[in-house]
Design a protein around this ligand. Structure first.
Ligand code: RB5
Length: 150
Protein backbone atom coordinates (compact mmCIF):
# COMPACT_ATOMS: atom_id res chain seq x y z
CA UNK A 1 0.00 0.00 0.00
CA UNK A 2 1.16 3.57 -0.63
CA UNK A 3 1.30 5.37 2.72
CA UNK A 4 2.11 9.03 3.37
CA UNK A 5 3.87 9.52 6.70
CA UNK A 6 4.62 12.78 8.48
CA UNK A 7 5.70 13.95 11.92
CA UNK A 8 6.74 17.06 13.77
CA UNK A 9 9.73 17.11 16.14
CA UNK A 10 7.63 15.39 18.83
CA UNK A 11 7.02 12.46 16.51
CA UNK A 12 10.24 12.45 14.52
CA UNK A 13 12.07 9.66 16.40
CA UNK A 14 9.10 7.31 16.15
CA UNK A 15 8.52 8.24 12.51
CA UNK A 16 12.04 7.09 11.59
CA UNK A 17 11.29 3.64 13.04
CA UNK A 18 7.77 3.45 11.60
CA UNK A 19 8.96 4.38 8.10
CA UNK A 20 11.69 1.71 8.23
CA UNK A 21 9.23 -0.90 9.46
CA UNK A 22 6.59 -0.06 6.84
CA UNK A 23 9.20 -0.43 4.10
CA UNK A 24 10.38 -3.76 5.56
CA UNK A 25 6.77 -4.92 5.45
CA UNK A 26 6.50 -4.04 1.75
CA UNK A 27 4.65 -0.74 1.83
CA UNK A 28 5.60 2.18 -0.39
CA UNK A 29 6.19 5.14 1.91
CA UNK A 30 5.94 8.80 0.97
CA UNK A 31 7.87 10.46 3.80
CA UNK A 32 6.81 14.11 3.94
CA UNK A 33 9.13 14.98 6.88
CA UNK A 34 10.14 16.32 9.26
CA UNK A 35 13.65 15.13 8.47
CA UNK A 36 15.26 16.15 11.75
CA UNK A 37 14.38 16.89 15.38
CA UNK A 38 14.43 20.66 15.04
CA UNK A 39 11.27 22.33 16.33
CA UNK A 40 8.54 22.27 13.70
CA UNK A 41 4.75 22.72 13.44
CA UNK A 42 2.44 19.70 13.23
CA UNK A 43 -0.14 21.44 10.95
CA UNK A 44 2.51 21.61 8.22
CA UNK A 45 2.87 17.81 8.19
CA UNK A 46 -0.86 17.21 8.60
CA UNK A 47 -1.31 19.37 5.49
CA UNK A 48 1.30 17.44 3.47
CA UNK A 49 -0.12 14.03 4.43
CA UNK A 50 -3.68 15.26 3.79
CA UNK A 51 -2.73 16.65 0.38
CA UNK A 52 -1.08 13.34 -0.57
CA UNK A 53 -4.41 11.60 0.09
CA UNK A 54 -6.57 14.27 -1.53
CA UNK A 55 -4.41 14.23 -4.67
CA UNK A 56 -4.45 10.44 -4.83
CA UNK A 57 -0.72 9.96 -4.31
CA UNK A 58 -1.29 7.85 -1.19
CA UNK A 59 -4.08 5.53 -0.05
CA UNK A 60 -3.58 6.03 3.69
CA UNK A 61 -1.72 8.42 5.96
CA UNK A 62 0.11 8.17 9.25
CA UNK A 63 0.83 11.27 11.35
CA UNK A 64 2.92 11.44 14.50
CA UNK A 65 3.30 14.35 16.88
CA UNK A 66 4.06 14.39 20.59
CA UNK A 67 0.61 13.37 21.82
CA UNK A 68 -1.12 12.77 18.50
CA UNK A 69 -3.73 15.36 19.38
CA UNK A 70 -2.55 18.41 17.47
CA UNK A 71 -1.86 16.55 14.23
CA UNK A 72 -5.27 14.87 14.49
CA UNK A 73 -7.09 18.17 14.96
CA UNK A 74 -5.25 19.71 12.01
CA UNK A 75 -5.75 16.75 9.67
CA UNK A 76 -9.50 16.63 10.31
CA UNK A 77 -9.85 20.20 8.99
CA UNK A 78 -9.08 18.89 5.50
CA UNK A 79 -11.84 17.70 3.20
CA UNK A 80 -11.97 13.93 2.89
CA UNK A 81 -9.54 13.34 5.74
CA UNK A 82 -10.79 11.14 8.56
CA UNK A 83 -8.06 10.98 11.15
CA UNK A 84 -7.94 9.61 14.66
CA UNK A 85 -5.46 9.05 17.43
CA UNK A 86 -5.50 5.30 18.11
CA UNK A 87 -3.31 3.78 20.77
CA UNK A 88 -5.14 0.45 20.84
CA UNK A 89 -5.32 -2.03 17.98
CA UNK A 90 -9.11 -2.48 18.21
CA UNK A 91 -9.69 1.18 17.35
CA UNK A 92 -6.96 1.23 14.70
CA UNK A 93 -8.73 -1.61 12.84
CA UNK A 94 -12.35 -0.77 13.64
CA UNK A 95 -11.87 2.91 12.80
CA UNK A 96 -11.22 1.84 9.21
CA UNK A 97 -13.87 -0.88 9.06
CA UNK A 98 -16.74 1.20 10.46
CA UNK A 99 -15.68 4.84 10.04
CA UNK A 100 -13.47 4.80 6.93
CA UNK A 101 -10.60 6.35 8.91
CA UNK A 102 -7.85 7.10 6.41
CA UNK A 103 -5.22 8.69 8.65
CA UNK A 104 -3.83 7.02 11.77
CA UNK A 105 -2.36 9.46 14.28
CA UNK A 106 0.15 8.40 16.92
CA UNK A 107 1.68 10.10 19.94
CA UNK A 108 5.43 9.72 19.68
CA UNK A 109 5.85 10.68 23.33
CA UNK A 110 3.09 8.30 24.47
CA UNK A 111 3.69 4.90 22.92
CA UNK A 112 6.69 2.73 22.11
CA UNK A 113 7.72 1.49 18.69
CA UNK A 114 6.46 -2.10 19.03
CA UNK A 115 2.93 -0.91 19.78
CA UNK A 116 3.24 1.63 16.97
CA UNK A 117 4.12 -1.20 14.55
CA UNK A 118 1.12 -3.25 15.74
CA UNK A 119 -1.14 -0.23 15.31
CA UNK A 120 0.04 0.43 11.77
CA UNK A 121 -0.52 -3.25 10.88
CA UNK A 122 -4.07 -3.15 12.28
CA UNK A 123 -4.77 0.11 10.43
CA UNK A 124 -3.26 -0.83 7.07
CA UNK A 125 -4.66 -4.36 7.15
CA UNK A 126 -8.25 -3.15 7.54
CA UNK A 127 -10.75 -2.17 4.85
CA UNK A 128 -13.97 -0.18 5.11
CA UNK A 129 -16.96 -2.50 5.46
CA UNK A 130 -19.43 -1.53 2.76
CA UNK A 131 -22.39 -1.95 5.10
CA UNK A 132 -25.45 0.23 4.50
CA UNK A 133 -25.42 1.84 7.95
CA UNK A 134 -21.69 2.63 7.78
CA UNK A 135 -22.11 4.15 4.32
CA UNK A 136 -25.04 6.25 5.55
CA UNK A 137 -22.98 7.53 8.50
CA UNK A 138 -20.05 8.31 6.23
CA UNK A 139 -22.35 10.37 4.00
CA UNK A 140 -23.49 12.33 7.07
CA UNK A 141 -19.86 12.97 8.00
CA UNK A 142 -19.18 14.17 4.45
CA UNK A 143 -22.22 16.46 4.65
CA UNK A 144 -20.60 18.19 7.63
CA UNK A 145 -17.76 19.22 5.31
CA UNK A 146 -20.09 21.17 3.07
CA UNK A 147 -22.57 22.53 5.64
CA UNK A 148 -21.89 25.88 7.22
CA UNK A 149 -21.29 24.56 10.74
CA UNK A 150 -20.07 27.90 12.07
C1 RB5 B 1 5.25 19.63 20.25
O1 RB5 B 1 6.00 20.01 21.35
C2 RB5 B 1 3.91 19.09 20.67
O2 RB5 B 1 3.14 20.11 21.21
C3 RB5 B 1 3.22 18.46 19.50
O3 RB5 B 1 4.03 17.48 18.95
C4 RB5 B 1 1.93 17.70 19.79
O4 RB5 B 1 2.04 16.93 20.95
C5 RB5 B 1 0.71 18.47 19.76
O5 RB5 B 1 -0.37 17.85 19.87
Amino acid sequence: MVVAVGADHGGYALKVLVVEQLRREGHQVIDVGAFNEERSDYPDFARLVGRALQEGHAERGILICGSGVGACIAANKMRGIRASVCHDTYSARQGVEHDAMNVLVLGGRIIGYELAFELTRAFLGAQFNQVERYIARLKKVEALETERCL
